[in-house]
Design a protein around this ligand. Structure first.
Ligand SMILES: [Zn+2]
Length: 257
């Protein structure tokens, strides 16, 4: 057992939190401290009233999330925001969040883990952001339909589903890129063309990315923002809990969204 602050320090080291750039609202690291030792960890993709209630219900003392308490920007602590803060403090539950440091990590990263889950072996990065590459890419020789099938199985396990841009039955994927979450945008499509990528696997993207991809001859597999970001936080929680000799429990969102 350990205090939330020492667990957070260990996570910051593992994830290289101080070295990885991110959006200001990510506020990576310990977001809410607590007083007692942590005896059980809960993990979830999103900080929400649902995950706060579930953390307390399962008797966890620390909630690890990918999208943290401040993801929606600065907001008054009134209404739902106030109620969940009160519940966390009353129950003495700490909150730790990791966004891009968790996406890019070579062992617990959402991108590496999703690629492997789909039977793909990453050889290099993808999706440049400041000093880092958030996603991964590599080579393969697999029917695109097979890859879509694997992504569909995975996404459905998480309560979601897959949507893809059109492709022919005989099409094969030879150079792929994975960028979890909101991975499809004009920048990543441009980068895919530069890198000779023929298939992109992402969580989601705006409608224009599907239109653009079709024009570019690129297939985009949209496997769901939520589904594509379940693997990292879950694996990170299991890793830190094993180090501490405690339990970690992944909290599945009720809708898969
Ligand atoms: Zn995300």
């Amino acid at each position: 057992m350990a205090h939330a602050q020492s667990i957070a320090a260990r996570l910051d080291t593992l994830l290289r939190t101080s070295e990885i750039p991110d959006y200001p609202s990510a506020l990576n690291g310990l977001q809410l401290t607590s007083r007692r030792d942590v005896r059980r960890i809960a993990t979830a993709v999103d900080f929400s009233s649902f995950t706060v209630d579930e953390t307390i219900r399962v008797g966890a003392d620390m909630l690890l999330v990918h999208h943290g308490m401040f993801w929606g920007g600065a907001q008054p602590l009134t209404g739902t925001n106030y109620e969940r803060i009160v519940r966390l403090i009353t129950s003495d539950v700490a909150v730790y969040s990791s966004h891009l440091p968790l996406d890019v990590h070579p062992e617990f990263g959402n991108n590496v883990l999703l690629a492997r889950r789909l039977g793909l072996t990453p050889s290099t990065g993808f999706a440049r952001f400041k000093t880092i590459e958030v996603g991964v890419s590599g080579e393969a020789d697999v029917p695109t339909s097979v890859l879509v099938g694997r992504a569909r199985v995975f996404s459905r396990e998480c309560g979601g589903d897959v949507v893809t841009t059109p492709f022919s039955d005989e099409r094969r994927t030879r150079r792929w890129a994975v960028c979890t979450g909101a991975g499809a945008d004009s920048d990543t499509l441009r980068e895919a063309m530069e890198r000779g990528i023929d298939t992109m696997i992402v969580g989601e993207g705006p409608h224009h990315t599907a239109v653009q991809a079709r024009d570019l001859g690129l297939v985009v597999i949209y496997a769901g923002h939520y589904a594509t970001e379940t693997l990292g936080v879950r694996t990170l929680g299991e890793r830190i809990a094993a180090e501490l000799g405690i339990q970690s429990q992944f909290l599945e969102a009720p809708t898969g969204l």
